[in-house]
Design a protein around this ligand. Structure first.
Ligand code: KIV
Ligand code: NA
Length: 249
């Protein structure tokens, strides 16, 4: 059954939390059937599904479209919708765009970076917020691991604590050293969800296309549980052959 972030917070310290991204209806349906408690409709859709080279090309319109499709496939799963690049620069935009993602089918919204006032304002409207620190691709100029030096690590820790204080109900930690992932996880009462953040966060998120082996590049910290791109090529080649040879229909 669909849980709120508040309810999912009780898992911290008890059960590790799995989260997968999804962008379309049939994949969302499979994720729900597998009992994964949280689906993230990430702006990673821009890179892994839409052919853009950055998540910065993703718009509110794109997010609304994909959130709707995922909601129709997974009516009983908590869905987090990513607020896209430049959609929360002002507190007013943050609130109105968060409302649009909820209207599209999201249960909570996620934003990147130390946008404390935006988090407070969205939470004040009764919408749960997931924060995201470490590597934040909407603003990052490189995809390298962050928080390797002590000053940067301290800043990420402080931002994490302040995001919790601002009212965030969960925190995604992307591409940071495992020790920092552990330290932040111990410092917070809300669950931390890691991606390339070591094995000691409260949960993990994986991009579904990376898990399925769809695409031609997968980050080293991801895992391929299947090789669907190969399967698609094989199916297409076989189909072509059978049509040309009059084996099908
Ligand atoms: O957009 C996304 O898929 C994300 C995850 C990588 C955390 O933000
Ligand atoms: Na994202």
């Amino acid at each position: 059954m669909k849980q709120t972030l508040k309810q999912l917070q009780n898992l911290k310290g008890n059960t590790r939390i799995s989260m997968l991204t999804a962008y379309n209806c049939p994949v969302a349906r499979s994720i729900e059937q597998a009992g994964v408690p949280i689906i993230l409709v990430g702006d990673s859709v821009g890179m892994v599904e839409m052919g853009f080279s950055s998540t910065r090309d993703v718009t509110m319109e794109h997010m609304v479209y994909h959130i709707g499709a995922v909601r129709r496939g997974a009516p009983n799963t908590h869905i987090i919708g990513d607020l896209p690049h430049l959609s929360y620069e002002s507190v007013e935009d943050a609130v109105s765009n968060a409302k649009k993602l909820v209207a599209a089918g999201a249960d909570s919204v996620k934003l990147e970076g130390p946008y404390f006032d935006a988090v407070k304002a969205i939470v004040a409207e009764g919408i749960e917020v997931v924060a995201h620190t470490g590597l934040t691709p909407q603003k990052a100029t490189s995809f390298k691991k962050v928080g390797k030096d002590a000053a940067e690590a301290e800043q990420i820790l402080q931002d994490s604590v302040a995001l919790q204080q601002a009212g965030a109900g969960m925190l995604v930690l992307e591409h940071i050293p495992a020790e920092l992932g552990l330290k932040i996880t111990q410092a917070l009462t809300i669950p931390t969800i890691g991606i390339g953040a070591g094995g000691d966060t409260d949960g993990q998120v994986l991009v579904i296309n990376d898990a399925l082996g769809i695409g031609d590049y997968w980050p080293p910290f991801s895992k391929q549980y299947a090789h669907v791109t190969e399967t698609i090529s094989q199916v297409c080649a076989k189909y072509r052959q059978e049509v040309e040879n009059k084996q099908f229909p």
